[in-house]
Design a protein around this ligand. Structure first.
Ligand code: NAD
Length: 476
């Protein structure tokens, strides 16, 4: 498949292209544009031209465009799920049940959300009345990662467009296909030319040109912490708004009074879903000592039974990781864990499933015997690799959970209500799940603290991010 840029309502090629590889097979299956500053200039100019009219278009009309785009996603859901599985390596069943329905939901959620969005008014006891206008920002850059490609792409562009901004968006160069497919329906959905532009290419080239462009009003970025820091270095000195959703090293804390079956079942999922490549996956599993051995043995038994296979096979539960380079990074972290004194209880190696031997597969890996300060327990691996650590007391559990530079999400397992509230409030993270994982209400604030990011997405938080408040004070 030849992926193309979508700029000012038309598809455009670039002088140079990049190869796109299917991680499930290791085979090349298409090309993507290698865009740079020239393409960004064109997209920015088109978006700037479109902004005065789009920003004044009634919210209901902007919402109707998003609804029609959502209709196209819904009508093409099976094709999109297959495309996502091929491009990313994730099981097609996961893409069909999670990624694509959620992409559709994101578009519909903000089509509705903008029509319920309200601003404040402050009365000054007979003297004056203040009201707040919330104005779209202008042209915004939306940059998304490869792990949940269409899901996270739409999570950004939907609130940005709903709020009346024009968008220059870039999916990850590793997983460009579903954003490209989405761009084929933008015109039919009724978006005027220039309102919604999609560029493809390498982060340090086209991404960097986007975030350093003088006309960009705000940057919404999801990706790694190192990239986030680099983007912040460009954007902060210009006092532009930015939202940064970054990495994690999330704890799953399992107390002895937990519902063991449920905790095990869900921890298996929170460890290895999407091959462990979800920023919300729990990679540090902390287990109370009295149940440590039993929990470890049961988790290892379940993880060892997971079978990797062709992402395009509907029965596959464990697919490939996103690229050869990423697979090698994960494997090198497993070697590091061994050097640091960890014992690999299961997995620890590349897999070559029959029929897709050239793909990039890593066995679900559980490691124990490592202290909290080692690199394995401090750095984000972003693959199917988890560590186990025992703890004795609630205080110790909390100290271990918080002993990281990151603070995205945490999971607690306990049937003691008081403990659940106490420990949840003590955890330094943007999200805490109690007796569940990845249960998402799109109205809630989503994001991390510490090195996991800046700002919140979701609900009205995203609409607030993509608008500028202006106080109007009228003397009575
Ligand atoms: P990445 O930082 O390498 O890339 C993310 C995006 O940024 C890509 O589109 C990339 O092309 C672009 N990019 C790279 N360098 C750039 C630059 N200098 N300027 C502008 N854009 C640039 O991240 P990734 O490897 O694609 O994604 C994995 C990371 O994303 C993990 O750390 C994961 O935890 C994180 N993530 C976070 C969340 C969250 O909500 N907090 C969600 C998903 C993934």
């Amino acid at each position: 498949m030849e992926v193309l840029n979508f700029v000012d309502g038309a598809f455009q090629t670039t002088a140079q292209v990049l190869e796109n590889v299917a991680p499930g097979s290791g085979e090349k299956f298409g090309t993507i544009p290698r865009s740079g500053a020239a393409e960004v200039d064109k997209a920015m100019a088109a978006a700037k031209r479109a902004f005065p009219s789009w920003s004044k278009t009634p919210a209901a009309e902007r919402a109707a465009c998003l609804e029609r785009l959502a209709d196209a996603v819904q009508a093409n859901a099976a094709m999109l799920a297959e495309a996502e599985a091929k491009d990313n390596g994730k099981p097609v069943s996961l893409a069909a049940h999670v990624d694509i329905p959620r992409a559709e939901k994101n578009l519909r959620f903000y089509a509705s959300g903008i029509q319920h969005f309200a601003s404040h008014s402050h009365a000054m006891e007979g003297e004056a009345i203040n009201y707040t206008l919330r104005k779209p920002l202008g042209v915004v850059a939306c940059i998304s990662p490869w792990n949940l490609p269409l899901y996270l792409f739409t999570w950004k562009v939907a609130p940005a467009l709903a709020a009346g901004n024009c968008v220059v968006a870039k999916p990850s160069e590793l997983t460009p296909v579903t954003a490209y497919l989405l761009s084929t329906w933008i015109k039919d959905a009724g978006f005027p030319d220039g309102v919604f532009n999609v560029l493809h290419g390498l982060g340090p080239e086209v991404g960097e040109a986007m975030v350093t462009h003088p006309d960009i009003a705000a940057v919404s970025f999801t990706g790694g912490t190192v990239t986030g820091a680099r983007i912040a270095g460009h954007v902060a000195p210009k006092f532009k708004k930015m939202s940064l959703e970054l990495g994690g090293k999330n704890p799953a804390v399992i107390f002895e009074d937990a519902d063991m079956e449920e905790a095990l079942r869900t921890t298996l999922r929170s460890s290895f879903a999407n091959q462990g490549q979800i920023c919300l996956c729990g990679s540090r599993i902390l287990v109370q000592r009295s149940i440590y051995d039993a929990f470890r043995d049961a988790l290892v038994a379940k993880a060892s039974k997971m079978v990797a296979g062709d992402p395009l096979d509907p029965s596959t539960k464990l697919g490939a990781v996103v690229s050869e380079a990423h697979m090698n990074k994960i494997l090198s972290y497993i070697e590091l864990a061994k050097e640091e004194g960890g014992q690999v209880l299961c997995g620890g190696e590349r897999l070559r499933p029959a029929g897709v031997e050239g793909g990039f597969y890593v066995a679900p890996t559980v490691i124990e015997g490592l202290g909290p300060k080692c690199r394995t327990n401090q750095e984000e691996i972003f693959g199917p690799v988890v560590t186990l650590q025992p703890f004795d007391t609630e205080e110790e559990a909390l100290a271990l959970a918080n002993d990281t530079a990151y603070g995205l999400a945490a999971t607690l397992w306990t049937t003691d209500l008081k403990r659940a509230h106490r420990v949840a409030a003590g955890i330094e993270s943007g999200i805490v799940w109690v007796n569940t994982w990845l249960l998402r209400d799109l109205r809630t604030p989503f994001g991390g603290v510490k090195a996991s990011g800046l700002g919140r997405e979701g609900g009205f938080d995203a609409l607030e991010f993509f608008t500028e408040p202006q106080n109007i004070c009228i003397k009575l």
